[in-house]
Ligand binder design. Structure first.
Ligand code: DX5
Ligand code: ZN
Length: 214
């Protein structure tokens, strides 16, 4: 699957950007929430997500790059998030918050920064619908993928398969036409694409190309 991130969209025409994502044949809409504390950037919050919700039928995949995400889960769900991912580095009781996200009726997700290893993740996987592996330091679009992190995707793939779970692996940061196939081959299920998607002259062919097995 492909999940374009509206971080690289034209913020003065988000409605048009959602249409572009849908017309390109993408699967989810990735919404990057930043609080200026967990990451050195600010984006948008619940009111914007709520305003966009009725403009697309695609699932809203909300990536929370914020401190104390547990205080916000219910509000993001109410705003229209179908999938909610928070960062393992941002809180102490991740297992509890993954359960709360599911109780709210959304898919639960946990994200790992590039330097965070997989230790302890196996204990969270049974209540986790997706793990979001960051292949850049979160905060900005348009950065280059950090190559060594690809090894983490393969390790996580084996872990999930060995446990017989259905947890999805989503990968985010620096993904483009050239490296997408390698990320899928490493074991990813969902690729987030920000700048590569919105800069492409033909996003439909981009989505088609990255989804086509080599
Ligand atoms: C980065 C965000 C990403 C970002 C990816 O902090 O989490 O979702 O939009 O953008 P690209 O694809 O340009 O790296
Ligand atoms: Zn993201």
């Amino acid at each position: 699957m492909v999940a374009p991130s509206i971080l690289s969209a034209d913020f003065s025409n988000l409605a048009g950007s959602l249409g572009k994502i849908e017309q390109a044949g993408a699967d989810w809409i990735h919404l990057d929430v930043m609080d200026g504390h967990f990451v050195p950037n600010l984006t948008f919050g619940p009111p914007i997500i709520a305003a966009l919700r009725s403009l697309s039928r695609l699932p809203f995949d909300v990536h929370l790059m914020i401190e104390r995400p547990e205080e916000w889960l219910e509000l993001y769900r109410k705003s229209g998030a179908d999938r909610i991912t928070f960062h393992i580095e941002a809180c102490r009781h991740s297992q509890r918050y993954l359960c709360i996200i599911r109780e709210l009726g959304a898919a639960s997700g946990i994200s790992l920064n590039p330097q965070t290893d997989l230790d302890g993740i196996e204990y969270l996987l049974p209540v986790c619908d997706q793990v979001l592996i960051m292949t850049v330091n979160p905060g900005f679009g348009g950065q280059s993928l950090i190559e060594p992190v690809i090894g983490k995707i393969s390790k996580l793939r084996s872990m999930i398969d060995n446990l017989g779970l259905k947890t999805l692996i989503e990968v985010d940061g620096g993904i483009d036409r050239k490296n997408a196939r390698r990320i899928f081959d490493a074991g990813a299920d969902v690729l987030v694409m920000g700048s590569a998607f919105f800069k492409d002259a033909d996003p439909r062919s981009l989505v088609e190309a990255v989804k086509t097995p080599s």
